[in-house]
Each structure stands twice: as structure tokens, then as C-alpha cells.
Design a protein around this ligand. Structure first.
Ligand SMILES: CC(C)(COP(=O)(O)OP(=O)(O)OC[C@H]1O[C@@H](n2cnc3c(N)ncnc32)[C@H](O)[C@@H]1OP(=O)(O)O)[C@@H](O)C(=O)NCCC(=O)NCCS
Length: 160
């Protein structure tokens, strides 16, 4: 499948929210109730917050926010927060129908290219212990388990 990856713009925000909602239900449907997920998306993925993050990413500030696109439109997104010398992978969500085509890896590789350009040496992330697909994905892409924090696993990857 042919995909392109680019920084997200304000016009992509509504689609990002839809993808996040679908992906959350697909991923966490057996862990959290539908009401909990809807509430989470309303709070954490508010249009206002996302527009601010799009702006910070477009201005090369502390956020990297990229989307993957095919001929039908946006298929997924990745978001990272840059701190001094290190980064945190905050979000990586695909439309469920587009999983397992290598898009997650493409999004991660593009984000990592940007991390290297910015001389970031370490990237960490939190993943729910029961999210076995994501844990497998991150291990395959070079992340290692660093710590267990309640229901989450903290994973890390170092860059030269
Ligand atoms: C995690 C995610 C981004 C991976 O993206 P992807 O494009 O499907 O993954 P890729 O095709 O690049 O990589 C494939 C690898 O991911 C893992 N994987 C992906 N889908 C899987 C599935 N259905 N079952 C088991 N492993 C799976 C495996 O390690 C797989 O390697 P393999 O094919 O050699 O077994 C995607 O599954 C997703 O959006 N999941 C829901 C959201 C999520 O959990 N995000 C992480 C939050 S911390």
C-alpha cells in the first residue's frame, strides 16, 4: 500500500480525533468501557488542545505530530514530545483496518529521523500491560522494557 507521511495541519484535526476514538475502542475495548473511552477522547483529544499541538509541531517546537495518508485519506498518526535531549512517544494510533501493513513502522521511522536530526538520544513511552500488539510492535522496533508502572510498561530506546 502506497503511503505518504507528513506533518499534520489544522485541517487534519477532526480526522485525527475520529481515528483516535476508533483505535481506542479497538485496542482497549476489553479494558475500558465505551463511556470511559468516549470521555477520555473528549478530554484528552479536545480540538483546542490538538490545534495547539499542531501549531507547536508546525513551528518545530516541542511536539512532533505526523500523519500517514493513503489514497483514501488519513490512516493514522504519531505524536512525540521533545524534552532536553530526550523524547516521549505520546501517541501512535492507526485506523484498525490499516493495521499490519507496516504503517506504524513507517510513522515511527519518520519520527525517529526527526529525533536524530534534533540530536535526541533517548525515547521513552508508556504502554498498557495488556496491549500485547503494541508491546510486540515496540519490541520489534527496538524498544526495551525499562520499568513497570502500575498498569503500564515503560519502554525505552536509545539513539546514537
Ligand atoms: C501498534 C500499531 C501502531 C502497530 O502498527 P502496524 O502498522 O499494525 O504495525 P507494523 O505493520 O508496522 O508492524 C507489525 C508488527 O507489529 C505487531 N503487530 C501489529 N499488529 C499485530 C496483531 N494484530 N497481532 C500481533 N502483533 C501485531 C507485531 O510485532 C508485528 O510484527 P510481525 O508482523 O512480525 O508479527 C497498531 O497496531 C495500532 O494502531 N494499534 C492500536 C493503537 C495502539 O495500541 N497504539 C499504541 C499505544 S501505546
Amino acid at each position: 500500500m502506497q503511503i505518504t507521511i507528513r506533518k499534520l495541519t489544522a485541517g487534519d484535526v477532526e480526522t485525527l480525533i475520529e481515528i483516535a476514538r476508533d483505535s481506542w475502542k479497538w485496542t482497549y475495548g476489553e479494558i475500558y468501557s465505551e463511556e470511559y473511552i468516549d470521555q477520555w477522547i473528549r478530554e484528552k483529544y479536545s480540538k483546542e488542545k490538538l490545534l495547539n499541538e499542531v501549531n507547536r509541531s508546525q513551528s518545530n517546537l516541542d511536539i512532533i505530530l505526523l500523519g500517514s495518508f493513503n489514497e483514501s485519506g488519513m490512516t493514522g498518526f504519531i505524536e512525540l514530545k521533545i524534552n532536553e535531549g530526550n523524547a516521549e512517544l505520546l501517541r501512535l494510533y492507526l485506523k484498525p483496518i490499516y493495521t499490519r501493513y507496516g504503517m506504524g513502522e513507517s510513522l515511527l521511522l519518520e519520527a525517529e529521523k526527526m529525533l536524530r536530526e534534533r540530536h535526541i538520544v533517548e525515547c521513552s513511552l508508556f504502554v498498557h500491560q495488556r496491549n500485547v500488539i503494541a508491546i510486540s510492535f515496540y519490541k520489534k522496533n527496538g524498544f526495551e522494557v525499562a520499568e513497570i508502572n502500575e498498569e503500564d510498561i515503560i519502554m525505552k530506546k536509545m539513539y546514537e
